[in-house]
Design a protein around this ligand. Structure first.
Ligand code: F6P
Length: 341
């Protein structure tokens, strides 16, 4: 059997670990051949295909990014996109695909699977917002990076007795903000799932100053004030209709300063959260996802996505996983409100 592999959407640490385990097990145990598609669905659309074998995947386990490249290309937004994808698969005798992606890349996979293309999905994203799996790989690394940043910001905030607002990624969901905020001992955590009241944030900030500590406010880029709109960097949209976020941190620091008369600054962690070597947990999870994905291909269990359920790797229907994003449950968020202020 010949298997094509692609990585799409925003990159995250652990993509190479999946590619490695898919290829190693596929070649060594199932005698499969492989090709890689460059830059996600763009490679399938433009017939940009590279050889993939055991020698290609040597040494890549700890490397961040993806050796195959990535993009936010959506074949359904291109004329004859599906036909062109089918032609590329036929030209390289590809029988099945392993698609490694988040909600958008896997959303395309869901549609292509309904149209008869044989494929298995692997969930990735630092945002941890893919339904059907307890965790995606990339998330643990991002939380580690954000937590270390918060730890460092505490000491400089205390020296200057000012508020430091830390903006983390998380377009629709506040998983990174919540986990890193709790781990880093933030005084306020703001997530997209719960619109925030700026006056309440200011009250928490002031109560922190009263006991002679400097407030750390962690805000997810997709968090929205109750009496305002989402703060955007610009209004351009990608092929999946997403605008570019970032800006809420700067905006909030200005509001805090203005309303409390105290000093406030912002640190935007941005793509630092997606770069570099994966954490041991992400290497472990990505490796297991890869091993189980290639088994699903071997068994012809297409239209599925490998997923973490407790400590077990299971398969779920792709359509179920991509029907909605996985949000932070508000009761979980509320558990930590005791630490606010
Ligand atoms: O989808 C993952 C993610 O990191 C989001 O948290 C963030 O909004 C987005 O990607 C940023 O994407 P880009 O790399 O296109 O700036």
């Amino acid at each position: 059997m010949k298997v094509g592999v692609l990585t799409g959407g925003g990159d995250c640490p652990g993509l190479n670990a999946v590619i490695r385990s898919v290829v190693r097990k596929g070649v060594q145990e199932h005698d499969f051949g492989f090709v890689g598609f460059r830059d996600g669905w763009r490679g399938a659309l433009q017939n940009n295909v590279v050889p993939l074998d055991v020698s290609t995947v040597r040494g890549i386990l700890p490397r961040g990014g993806t050796i195959l490249g990535s993009s936010r290309t959506n074949p359904f937004k291109h004329e004859d996109g599906v036909r062109r994808v089918r032609e590329t698969l036929a030209a390289h005798d590809v029988d099945a695909l392993v698609v490694i992606g988040g909600e958008d890349t896997l959303g395309v996979a869901t549609e292509l699977s309904r149209l008869g293309i044989s494929l298995v999905g692997v969930p990735k994203t630092i945002d941890n917002d893919v339904s059907g799996t307890d965790y995606t790989f990339g998330f643990d690394t991002a939380v580690g990076i954000a937590t270390e940043a918060i730890d460092r910001l505490h000491t400089t905030a205390e020296s200057h007795m000012r508020t430091l607002v830390v903006e983390v990624m998380g377009r629709h969901s506040g998983w990174i903000a919540l986990h890193a905020g709790v781990a880093g001992g933030a005084n306020v955590i703001l997530i997209p799932e719960r619109p925030f009241d700026v006056d309440q944030v200011c009250a928490w900030v002031q109560s922190r100053f009263k006991i002679n500590y400097a407030p750390i406010v962690v805000v997810a880029e997709g968090a929205v004030p109750t009496d305002g709109e989402m703060v955007l960097r610009d209004r351009t949209v990608d092929e999946f209709g997403h605008v570019r976020l970032s800006g809420v941190g700067e905006w909030l620091a200005r509001e805090i300063s203005h309303r409390t008369g105290t000093d406030a600054r912002t640190t935007v962690l941005g793509h630092v959260q997606r770069g570099g070597t994966p954490s041991p947990f992400d290497r472990w999870l990505a490796t297991r996802f890869g091993l189980h994905a290639i088994d699903a291909v071997e068994e012809g269990d297409f239209g599925t996505m490998v997923a973490l359920n407790g400590t077990r790797i299971v398969r779920v229907p792709l359509g179920d996983a991509t029907a909605r994003t996985k949000k932070v449950d508000l009761s979980l968020y509320e558990e930590f409100e005791v630490f606010f202020g």
